[in-house]
Design a protein around this ligand. Structure first.
Ligand code: BGC
Length: 733
């Protein structure tokens, strides 16, 4: 292999360099003398390697591969180690299939429950999405396979995704929509980033210099390849100039021709082309496996891992009267066609030609009988047999969920309601047997107006090919559930902040809610939710105590104790939330700052320690273009979910910046006095202002008015302009 550097690139012909910045075809980079082509393949939850005809929507078939749970479920594990192992398995499969770069993970934020691709994304919370992404990327790349973290950025809607502009204010962009990408770039060094189709504040992402170069490379230090999503490039030359390196897929000879013409006509600097060609070459040289000898891998072992991953993520939402876990003595009616034809993966580019799907019906225990009760294809089914069965058996396991046509890549949903025939059947069943356990299969948030009438609900999302085994692992208690919701389930779609505006405007998606996404919005408005972010039950119980907070030189250290106070072993996810009570800007009531997955035997207690970096206390100050942690009071809470905070302590941060560090003419009298600073008092006295102010604030009413006047406007009270100027000079001296 030759040394791949700028010298090498400069010796290539213009044609070769132009070839390099476009895909050779659907899945490969171009081959040039000395460096082989490299293959890329979807996707987040298993390989979708297409050997024959390529397409970006999962239409044509792909190789046999193990289908792991979708990201909606893996993120519900809150388990970095599991995500790392998932990455390792994907890396092993990619190696065996000669794949250089795996097109995943998708880390966009679940902003609206209607977004068609939520199943493929981790969370409504950037810290969680970022941590899951970091672990996944490290896992894949530990096997010598690169990743493409997608879809950069603010690609939160599918309808008109190729053209619509996501209009997001800078603070929300940084705090919510970019933060997880930033975390992954800085901590896991992904080989590539995939830029998304949409526009961001008017500029196509594939041509967005600020996003692809200023922020991604210059601020975050990204050194890999930026590739386009499939078909995201409108103007190839403009894209290369903005910081895109690789157009995917290539458009054939046209792609190179337009680059060559632009260079020859002086519209594209050769140095710019060389820079991108070098990045693509370095990637291909490092990751290409095209000529590697064939290897095999153990798909049975991967299937077993797919089962463990699903076990780790499935969320027990409700369990009244401890109906679960099931006891072997009770007879079961299994109802719902999803038991027989499960939804276990999302549609579109993440579609996997699954190796060995084990359905819930195939894995069902012996003391059960099945009736479909409804049909996923919408055919009329007489519910009589299902109702008879429900009457006969001790417990009903009702499989419900969204049919595949309802949620896939490429378009958004119209509703989060279950199909009406499923709900109607559930109603009828409840009339004959109240001991009903609803098992949900869906890619994202479901409305559950029936939730109060059902004693137990289990959220299995799209659980991958081991869906059947994993479902029964949880139902029977072979595995103690430990999944937590990575998204809030509102009572009604109308409670979501994007309701009525999501997808309402053909050309623009306006992010009116700003930073108040997901639980940040529901908390702010004190809205009740069906199941809060972070919620998930266990067959045991965990208790927290003894929260200690210690400020260090550049972070805050926490410790607390977690105890399993039940009679079964289990895993818990204590969640730490920060409440900023210091800053003088809008802030969420609580923001997730850390979490850990902790395994505990019955009766066991462990001390959990965590570091909260300065960022955990920061907001993005758009005016000054920097993250700002303000000194002052913060609350720190440890809880079972965002709505079940058990230990709450407050403390004063001193390692940040003083929000009032600089006193200006716009500093208010009240703020000045609240500083209780000797320097301020001395300067006020010297300027002859102290006596006047004291007199003016003598009564509470007058003080309320006077405190709310900025220094520069004190002229309205008779204080002279020179006095104010003198004070400002002295106090800032
Ligand atoms: C999707 C990407 C995918 C690509 C290749 C696009 O339609 O948005 O996520 O990686 O196709 O299949």
């Amino acid at each position: 292999m030759p040394k791949i550097d700028l010298d090498f690139v400069e010796k290539l012909t213009l044609q070769e360099r132009a070839d390099l910045v476009s895909g050779k075809d659907f899945w490969f980079t171009a081959k040039v003398s000395g460096v082989d082509k490299m293959m890329m393949t979807d996707g987040p939850s298993g390989l979708r390697k297409q050997e024959q005809t390529g397409d970006a929507l999962g239409i044509n078939n792909s190789v046999d591969a193990v289908c792991f749970p979708s990201s909606a479920l893996t993120a519900s594990s809150f388990d970095d180690q599991m995500l790392y192992q998932l990455g390792e398995h994907l890396g092993i499969a990619a190696n065996a299939e000669h794949i250089g770069v795996l097109l995943g993970p998708g880390v966009n934020i679940k902003r609206s429950p209607l977004a068609g691709r939520n199943f493929e994304y981790f969370a409504e919370e950037p810290l969680l999405a970022g941590r899951m992404g970091v672990a996944y990327v490290k896992g894949v790349q530990s096997k010598g396979v690169g990743v493409s973290v997608k879809h950069f950025a603010a690609n939160n809607r599918e309808n008109q995704r190729f053209t619509s502009s996501s209009n997001v204010d800078e603070r929300a962009l940084r705090e919510v929509y970019l933060a997880q990408f930033e975390q992954i770039v800085k901590k896991a060094h992904p080989a590539t980033i995939m830029c998304s189709y949409n526009r961001l504040n008017g500029t196509l992402n594939s041509q967005n210099q600020r996003l692809l170069t200023d922020i991604l490379r210059n601020e975050w230090g990204f050194a890999g390849v930026v590739m386009s999503d499939w078909g995201a490039v409108a103007d190839h030359v403009a894209a290369i100039k903005a910081g895109l390196d690789l157009e995917m897929p290539g458009k054939g000879a046209v792609s190179s021709k337009e680059i060559i013409a632009a260079v020859n006509e002086g519209r594209l600097e050769e140095s710019t082309l060389n820079r991108s060609a070098l990045r693509v070459l370095k990637m291909a040289a490092k990751y290409s496996q095209t000529n590697q000898p064939a290897v095999t891998y153990d798909k049975r072992e991967q299937h077993e891992f797919a089962r463990q991953a699903a076990d780790d993520g499935i969320v027990l939402l409700k369990n009244e009267g401890n109906l679960l876990p099931l006891s072997a003595e009770e007879s079961l009616a299994i109802i719902g066609e999803l038991a027989e034809k499960p939804r276990y993966e999302g549609g579109g580019s993440s579609h996997v030609n699954a190796h060995n799907v084990v359905t819930p019906l195939a894995a069902a225990p012996a003391n059960s009988a099945y009736a479909p009760g409804y049909s996923l294809s919408g055919d009329q089914v007489d519910p009589g047999a299902a109702l008879e069965l429900a009457k006969e058996k001790d417990i009903v396991i009702f499989f419900a969920g969204f049919p595949e046509e309802m949620e896939t890549e490429g378009f958004d949903k119209q509703t989060i309601d279950l199909p009406t025939d499923q709900v109607a059947l559930l109603d009828e069943i409840l009339k004959v047997n109240s001991r009903v356990i609803v098992v949900l299969q869906n890619g994202s948030v479901v409305a559950m107006p029936w939730a109060n009438r059902v004693p137990a609900i289990v959220e299995t999302y799209l659980a991958g090919e081991a869906v059947g085994e994993a479902t029964w692992d949880i139902l029977t208690g072979a595995v103690n559930p430990s999944g937590k919701l990575a998204e809030s389930f509102p009572l009604r779609l109308a409670d979501n902040p994007t309701y009525g505006t999501f997808d309402a405007n053909h050309d623009n998606e306006n992010y009116y809610e700003g930073i108040f996404v997901g639980y940040r919005y529901y908390d702010l408005h004190q809205l009740p939710v069906r199941f809060p972010f972070g919620h998930g039950l266990s067959y045991t119980k965990f208790a927290y105590r003894d929260l200690q907070i210690v400020e260090k030189a550049d972070h805050v250290q926490l410790s607390f104790k977690v105890k399993n106070i039940g009679v079964r072993a289990g895993k818990d996810v204590p969640q730490v939330y920060v409440g900023n009570r210091a800053s003088r800007v809008e802030v969420p009531v609580w923001t997730l700052a850390q979490f850990n997955k902790v395994a505990l035997q019955a009766g066991e207690e462990k001390t959990v320690t965590m570091d909260l970096s300065r960022r955990a206390f920061s907001w993005y100050n758009a005016a000054e273009q920097r993250w700002e942690a303000d000194n002052g009071t913060y609350e720190i809470a440890v809880g079972h979910s965002s709505r079940d905070l058990v230990l709450i302590s407050s403390f004063d941060l001193t390692i940040g910046v003083d929000p009032l560090a600089k006193i200006t003419g716009e500093t208010y009298v009240g703020e000045l006095l609240a500083m209780k600073s000797q320097k301020v008092t001395a300067a006020l006295k010297k300027a002859g202002m102290m006596a006047i102010i004291k007199q003016a604030i003598a009564t509470p009413d007058a003080a309320a008015i006077f405190n709310n006047i900025p220094l520069r406007s004190l002229t309205m009270t008779g204080i002279k302009h020179e006095q104010i100027a003198n004070f400002l000079r002295d106090v800032n001296d």
